[in-house]
Design a protein around this ligand. Sequence first.
Ligand code: MG
Length: 440
Amino acid sequence: MQRRDLWKPLLAAPAMPAAAQQQAARANNGLPPLKITGVKVIPTSGGRNYRWVFLKLLTSEPGLYGIGTASNHFQTYAVITALEKHLGPWLIGKDPDRIEDLWQSSHYRTYWRNGPVNNNVLSALDMAVWDIKGKRANMPVYELMGGKARDAVPCYDHIGGRTKDECVEGVKRSMEKGFRHIRVQYGAGGYGGGGFIPPNEGNRPEGGYQGSAFDEELYVRTIADVFDYVRSKVGFEPKLCHDSHSHLTSAVQAIELARRLQPYQMLFLEDVLAPEQIDWYRQLRKITTTPQAVGEVFSHPYEYVPLVTERLIDFARCRVSAIGGITPAKKLATLCEFFGVRTAFQEGGENDPINQLAAYHVDISSTAFGIQEENAFPPSVHEMMPGCAEIRKGYLYGSGKPGLGIDINETVAAKYPLGEIKGGGVYGQDRTLDGAVVRP
Ligand code: MG
């Protein structure tokens, strides 16, 4: 026997004795034992410039499968390879009913755990087995987690303006669409807007960086001024939030921004401190009551657990697929509930409909729910993914179908291949006048 043959008995699904099969069937309300029999990895651009990677788990029950997402916009091919070469072969023959066991054993399967790629892969598996369990039970996943704790899931809208008046108009338009919660960003140039010195202006090193340059004191002054103006025009009915996106290097400037925004009664200020500086939330908390939303780039429980248990933040803003799927998201929500913190699961424009629905099922069944970030998809995605959640008048609605409630039309997905990712697909970076990197 060659050395590689030693693995074959370990990979094959062991036959279950007849008595054990009968016992398992009784435990599953008469349903026969189930095995994972196949793994499909489905990368797609969705007809736009998405970089989505979906997992489809096939089972021993004809026609029964589950889907999940491992999408990672910046390390797309890493998750594809991890699914195809590592997770897939390990999964064949496993019992999809044992969600918690699969999550734990997959988490430790890689020895080095956590991190975005590992968690994305784990998330795809986790969502797919929740989807299978829901389909088997003929119930939406939220029913398996205690049922609805609210009628629908409120979302916050995104608006931005290059002037203060454009921000005011944006808030008014959003309210007309039915949104009660609205994120306000300012200026051209994306995150950090309001803090940029235009290209080629300002005192720069000879031969150095000439692009748009971030200045944190300018940003703090400008954003406080923007919210003063917006509140003076739209009043306090809309619940407003703002995302600093970790741009502030100086923690005291971050605290100063939170302090200056306090009179405008924010829904929350997001990522005013970078993950590398989260210990500063202890100082921030002593100085201002501006609510804090944190966690978009967290991928390790040691990042969010102390912030929740010390009650240093108000909203845990992790992305469900970045922390490992529905199973850890539900645990995080429960942790938040006991410490008076709420959830605000992150979406973002590059995110996909499966992750959105995974968040929805946790949101709608959790007492700790605070708010959900909105995300809407073009017609090509609705055609490719029947059962896509929909936002109507500021509320997110799932399809109500069993499982996650969404499917993948593989024929349509095949029309939109992923293709080459130019430049490696990196996240864009801002810089300061002297050419130093600003955190995204
Ligand atoms: Mg954010």
